[in-house]
Design a protein around this ligand. Sequence first.
Ligand SMILES: *Cc1c(COP(=O)(O)O)cnc(C)c1O
Length: 383
Amino acid sequence: MDKSKNIETLAIHGGQQPDPSTGAVMPPIYQTSTYVQEYPGKHKGFEYSRSQNPTRFALERSIASLEGGNFGAAFGSGLAAIDCLLKFLKPGDEIVACNDLYGGTYRLFTKVFSEYGLKFTFVDMSNKDWDAAMSPNTKMVWMETPTNPMLNVLDIAAVSKKAKSAGAMMVVDNTFATPYLQKPLDLGADVVMHSGTKYLGGHSDVVLGLLATSDKDIADKMYFIQNASGAILGPMDSFIALRGIKTLHVRMDRHCDNGASVAAFLESHDAVDKVYWPGLTNHNGHEVAKRQMKKFGGMVSFTLKGAGFEKTADVVSSFEVFTLAESLGGVESLAGHPASMTHASIPKEEREKVGVTDNLIRLSVGIEHIDDLLADLAKALDK
Ligand SMILES: *Cc1c(COP(=O)(O)O)cnc(C)c1O
């Protein structure tokens, strides 16, 4: 299916074709580790499932098509996808990253790859002089937008331009927005990374990571490392992810609509101090979000007025429809307490600097009926 089709069509058909051996419309789950060879070296292009698997290939073509790229790769988790990209680098190389990162990404950077001689610098990329942190050794620039959990919005085109002119590879973690809301490759990024565990899978039933790029050299290296390091996604999980992706656009529309209603409700509630959602006109990234995103997403964070750790923990534990759990992006609404859950691995003073205080609650607004979601929030907040 050619890339000029609309994303709603690509979500269903992008990179997909009926299975050549049977005509099956859905890609079969090729649950095999190996493939017959007619004669040594004579085969149908499939030798061993770490290197080639038709179900995984279908998912890889799907993410490439959705992101408007030419190449996709699927991994056993989002962090495994990040791990692949960091292995492009060598000791002495530097990475400049935004300072409001997913906790697991921060941990992989600072606790694992820093031990291998990579140097990470964290900056506020909404400050237009962020590139003062770049040096001739800066080989990669890493950003998330909207960021987790503060929903800061960064200007992908502006950041990419500076990365490019310094000769650094620009990577955007597009997990929160998905290609339905924003297309980083079109805005100048070299590589898009996803935790497909979240909105792309969309049903909280699979853990996976994805990369997409249009650059042939990057793709060659990406596939080499994917095969050489071996953190591939299995065929069953590839199938589940593909199935989820087919409804991406329908789910995202409802996530965004419900997110808007939840943000408006929280803004008007007396127990709430600040609300972070890029669709609010008072959000400091609103103008950039309006420019680079189709809609504003279903992630909403907020703080409770005058509350400490305990009171905030009580509130997140008292929801009935919102489930207290890590992760995000599934059809069900989730509530989280970043300071003790997703961001517990970031030192207290580091996380408080970027706004992850003890009274912060993060919501992944699902696609249930909005009245039930608002009633659930009201009940917990009115106490
Ligand atoms: C979840 C997440 C990751 C890590 O992905 P896993 O699939 O959990 O390994 C990376 N970035 C963001 C923004 C995430 O939300």
